[in-house]
Structures are given as structure tokens and as C-alpha cells.
Write a protein of this length. Sequence first.
Length: 160
Amino acid sequence: MDSTKLDGKALLMQAEQSGRIFPMKSGWRRMQMFAGILCCLLIITIPLGIWIIIRAKNARMGITEEGFAFTYLTTVAYRWSDIESFSLSGMSSAMFGGGLVGVATAAVVQKKTEGLKGPLRFTLKGKRSFKMIPAHTIENSMEMARQMELLSGISILPQE
């Protein structure tokens, strides 16, 4: 694992120049804007609401030959050489409150979601825990996963 930290903002600019930038889906953006507006209704949480709105507008995923960067609340970047494995995970009913309503909601969301149906989990070399990219909220997530496979050399999508 390389000890030098990868600059996420520079990586995103590089990805934008090469045309490998994947913005978040418009529905996801609208939902985040709504959450930001709700935060602004309470006087004390206005700064949080403004921050959520600004971050939602700038949320995206960028891919380069060196690695990838994802920005939403924070910007994180990883080198391909630091990644041990990728795996796709689905959305469980617990994400929607559990119970019968959660099961029904998860089924509807999965049916309506185009592209990847859940988060993309990845493990870093030498680490036990995994990290996630909310791939189901990214526009053109299948193309993003294919490019990630090509550049990383690690299988992500199931073989057809």
C-alpha cells in the first residue's frame, strides 16, 4: 500500500478532463436538496442545511488510471493498487425502516433503480473492514463499474 495520500480534488479534475466523471442521479440530488431545505426551517440548523445543499450539487464520482475519487459530504480517493476486492451488495429492508413496509419499499426501489441495485463495497489491502460507494445513486453506474474493472483489473460485475 502506498504511503502517500492521493489528492481527491486533483483526481476529480483529472477525471473530468478525461471524461470519466459520474454525477449523482437527479432524484437523489432533489432528495438531498429537500433535506437541506428542511434543515433550514430550524434556525439553528441553517448552516447544516446550506452545507448539505452545496455538497449535494457537487457530489460525483471520478475515475482515472491512478485511482478513483468520490465526493459528497467529504472527498475520498483511493489508488487501484490499494484495493483488494470489490463486491456488489443489495439494499436490505432495514435501510427503509424494516418490517413489511421496509421489505415492500426495498422491492420497489430495487425494481425502479437502473444500473447497479445497491452500494459497491470495497476492501483495502491490509484492512479488515470495508468501505462503500453508493453506486445505486450514481448516474450510468454500470458504465462506471465497467471502467473501474478495466482500470483496476479487479472483477466487479458478475460474469454474463
